[in-house]
Design a binder for this molecule. Structure first.
Ligand SMILES: [Zn+2]
Length: 42
């Protein structure tokens, strides 16, 4: 399981595949983050 981060608003979503679009802003570009990183918001 990977974590995908919206490059526009920073919203993250877990999933095997890259989301089609961000739920928050509708952006379609995502950055893949480390799946092992389970950091909560600071
Ligand atoms: Zn977004």
């Amino acid at each position: 399981m990977a974590v995908w981060k919206c490059t526009n608003c920073g919203a993250t979503k877990e999933g095997r595949c890259k989301p089609r679009k961000c739920q928050e802003c509708g952006n379609t570009k995502f950055e893949k983050l480390e799946s092992a990183a389970k950091k909560s918001k600071k």
